[in-house]
Structure formats: structure tokens, C-alpha cells
Design a protein around this ligand. Structure first.
Ligand SMILES: NC(=O)c1ccc[n+]([C@@H]2O[C@H](COP(=O)([O-])OP(=O)(O)OC[C@H]3O[C@@H](n4cnc5c(N)ncnc54)[C@H](O)[C@@H]3O)[C@@H](O)[C@H]2O)c1
Ligand SMILES: [Zn+2]
Length: 368
């Protein structure tokens, strides 16, 4: 088992290994004294992993409650958070009680946000079950929901008390959902670590099950130790960045590579295009535009496109520059008359660039 220590406004550990969910209660009781705990999970994950976690929490002495919501980005809203809060209030949760977020990034964002506001903040643990949640969203303390106007427009910084990443859970992921996490892993490589980028390129067949793979192949692939090592490397990069800039005012913004346009793609598709797939498209558009407009020396879009093709990501964007711009201008990264984009200099190095909002449409057009 790997252990990563995160020293942010709260100090906590991420444990990465196998069969960790069976012992979730034991690990959680080491950081939170057993009391009431509410497992928050979606209807898909509930059917696969809820009982394991439930039983292990009960065995460790917790009084366990379960809140299940409908899976998908459409549930990442204030109504779901409000229902979680009401459910905990009805069941007399107090400040010493906790939430266990069991699922992907949506579950973590929604459950973490509920934890941040219930009684002005209770503790929560992240039990990521998607590759995306493992390499990205379960660590760093960003929680929140979408508003009608756009992605993640309401939220809070609220760090978990523990992240328990059981890599065996990846074995039940459909390939397309696995890919969403691969996009975030490619992002880390592109912004800061060429070696990680190359590892992903090298292992795209043996590590990540292809869309035609049988369930057996998927199980064999995800049992590879290299996969654990990739999670480890991604989270270590994120940990270092978060520890330098927890509140996202400086270097942490690099993690938004591909995200301003990616969020616009998600929103324009009414969330039919999932987060990782949209970020993949966003990384490609930004790289191409940066080179065309002379904002970087190398055309990184070629390598990024090559990588995305290897994993069978669709890179074509079905929306116009005008449609994307309209949505992107509502992005959190906008400040007054400018918006900060993350541009690649070369693979393994990105930088922040403020552009005027009037220039955004031309920028996006150059990348399409
Ligand atoms: N907070 C952050 O720092 C951060 C970072 C990156 C992304 N995000 C957010 O994360 C969200 C995307 O997360 P996601 O891709 O994990 O989506 P998700 O949570 O919707 O999970 C994807 C789908 O996979 C299913 N699923 C989850 N685990 C499974 C398993 N082990 N086996 C089978 N099915 C499983 C879920 O039911 C869901 O239908 C987006 O809303 C994005 O904005 C947040
Ligand atoms: Zn992301």
C-alpha cells in the first residue's frame, strides 16, 4: 500500500492499494472516532460497493446511514446537497459525525460540499471509485456543484480527513469512464511531468483496457502495479501544487489546463460529454490555438492529439467558437475583463496567460 501525506489546512493521508474498502471502517476509525457516518453515493456505485463499506463501518463501531442519489452530472446541483443536509439533520447528525463519499468525482464534490456547510463544517472521507476521482478530485479539497449558469459555480474549499483509494474498484469501470480519468492523468504530464506523459503513452495498451476488452482483460489490466504507480505520481503532483497554493490563486491554476474550454464543452453538450472527455478536447484546442497565435514555441497539439488518439478519445469539438465563448465567459477563471488560460510551452511545462475577454473567441477559433 502507498501512502501520500497531504499537509494542507487540514493534514491527511491518501492510502492507495487494493482491497481497502473491505477495511474502510478500520482505516476511517483511525482518524474519526466512531459515531454516526453517512455514506453518500450514487445509485450505480451503491449497487456495487455500498454493502462492503457499510458492513466494514458497522464492524468498526459506526452507526451507519446511507444517502443515494441518481448518478450523473445532472445530480451535481444544490438540490442534491440540500437533500443530503436535510437527511443528516433529520437523523440528528452532530458536529462529531461524518460523511463518507463513496464514488466518483461527482459524489466527492457533492458530498464534500455538504460536509463543508453542515453545522458550518463536519469531517468527511473520500472513497474514490473512478480513476478520475483517484488521480484528481478526491485530493485537494475542492468541493461544489454546478449552477444553471455553469460548472462548479458554487462550492467551498474543504479538505477530507482521509482518502482511501482502492484500485480494485477500477475493475468495474466501463472503458469510457476510465478514460475520463486518463484525461486528467495526461493533463498532469502535460503541465509538469514529461516522464508521466511518456509513461501514459507507453502503457496505453497494457494498462488501460481498450473499449473492446473483455471484463477479464479489464481485471488483468487494472491489477497492474504500474497503474497504482500512476495514481501515486498524479496525486503526488497534485499534492505538491495544493500544498503551495491551496486556495487556487497562483500555481494551482495550472491544474486547469484544458478546463476553461472543457467546462464550456460539457455545458454546451448539456453534460452529455463527460468531464474528462471535455477536458481532452479542451487541452487539444488550447494547444493548437496557442501555437497558431504565437503564444508558445512548440506545437504541443500534435503530441496531445497523438496521445488522445492512442486512447481513442474523440478530439473533434461539436461546438462553434461563439457557442463556447459565451459559456466560457461565465467561468470562474474570469476576473473582470480578463480570463486566465493555461497554455503549454512544451510537454511537461505550462504557464498562465491572461487574455482579454474580447480576444477569447478569436483564441478558441484558432484552436478549432
Ligand atoms: N474537486 C475536484 O478537484 C475535481 C477534479 C476533477 C474533476 N472534478 C469533477 O468530477 C466530476 C467527474 O467525476 P467522475 O468522472 O468520477 O464522474 P462520476 O462521479 O459521475 O462517475 C462516473 C460514472 O461512473 C460510475 N461509477 C463510479 N465508480 C464506479 C465503479 N467503480 N464501477 C462502475 N461504475 C462506477 C458512476 O455511477 C457514474 O455513473 C465532474 O463533475 C468534475 O467537475 C472535480
Ligand atoms: Zn478536471
Amino acid at each position: 500500500m502507498e501512502k501520500i501525506q497531504i499537509n494542507a489546512s487540514r493534514k491527511y493521508e491518501m492510502l492507495i492499494g487494493r482491497d481497502l474498502l473491505t477495511n474502510a471502517g478500520k482505516y476511517i476509525s483511525e482518524v474519526i472516532e466512531p459515531g454516526k457516518v453517512c455514506i453518500v453515493t450514487d445509485d450505480v456505485v451503491s449497487g456495487i460497493y455500498k454493502d462492503t463499506v457499510f458492513n466494514s463501518l458497522v464492524a468498526a463501531g459506526f452507526e451507519v446511514y446511507v444517502f443515494v442519489f441518481e448518478h450523473g452530472e445532472k445530480s451535481k446541483n444544490i438540490t442534491t446537497v440540500s437533500s443530503i443536509l436535510e437527511y443528516m439533520a433529520e437523523n440528528d447528525f452532530t458536529r462529531s459525525d461524518a460523511i463518507a463519499a463513496l464514488g466518483g468525482g461527482i459524489t466527492g464534490d457533492v458530498a464534500g460540499f455538504a460536509a463543508s456547510v453542515f453545522l458550518r463544517g463536519i469531517r468527511f472521507v473520500q472513497l474514490p471509485t473512478t480513476f478520475l476521482a483517484a488521480v484528481d478530485s478526491s485530493v485537494g479539497g475542492k468541493t461544489g456543484v454546478n449552477l444553471k449558469g455553469g460548472k462548479n459555480l458554487a462550492g467551498a474549499f474543504w479538505q477530507p480527513s482521509l482518502v482511501l483509494c482502492d484500485c480494485n474498484t477500477f475493475s468495474t469501470l466501463p472503458y469510457e469512464i476510465f478514460l475520463d480519468g486518463v484525461a486528467e492523468a495526461i493533463k498532469y504530464g502535460a503541465i509538469i511531468n514529461r516522464e508521466l506523459f511518456d509513461t501514459l503513452m507507453l502503457h496505453n495498451h497494457d494498462l488501460f483496457p481498450s473499449s473492446e476488452a473483455s471484463q477479464k482483460d479489464i481485471e488483468n489490466n487494472v491489477s497492474s502495479d504500474v497503474l497504482i504507480e500512476i495514481v501515486n505520481q498524479c496525486v503526488t503532483i497534485k499534492r505538491d501544487i495544493v500544498m503551495e497554493d491551496e486556495r487556487d490563486t497562483g500555481v494551482r491554476q495550472l491544474l486547469n489546463f484544458g478546463h476553461t474550454i472543457g467546462h464550456a464543452v460539457e455545458k454546451c453538450s448539456n453534460y452529455a460529454i463527460t468531464h474528462g472527455h471535455a477536458v481532452a478536447i479542451g487541452m487539444f484546442i488550447v494547444s493548437k490555438a496557442s501555437y497558431k497565435l504565437g503564444l508558445c514555441k512548440m506545437d504541443c497539439s500534435l503530441e496531445i492529439e497523438n496521445m488522445l488518439n492512442k486512447f481513442n478519445f474523440p478530439v473533434a469539438c461539436p461546438f462553434t467558437a461563439a457557442e463556447l465563448t459565451q459559456v466560457a465567459l461565465k467561468d470562474k477563471k474570469r476576473a473582470g475583463k480578463s480570463i486566465t488560460l493555461v497554455l503549454p510551452d512544451y510537454i511537461g511545462h505550462c504557464y498562465l496567460k491572461k487574455i482579454n475577454i474580447e480576444d477569447l473567441e478569436t483564441f478558441i477559433s484558432a484552436g478549432l
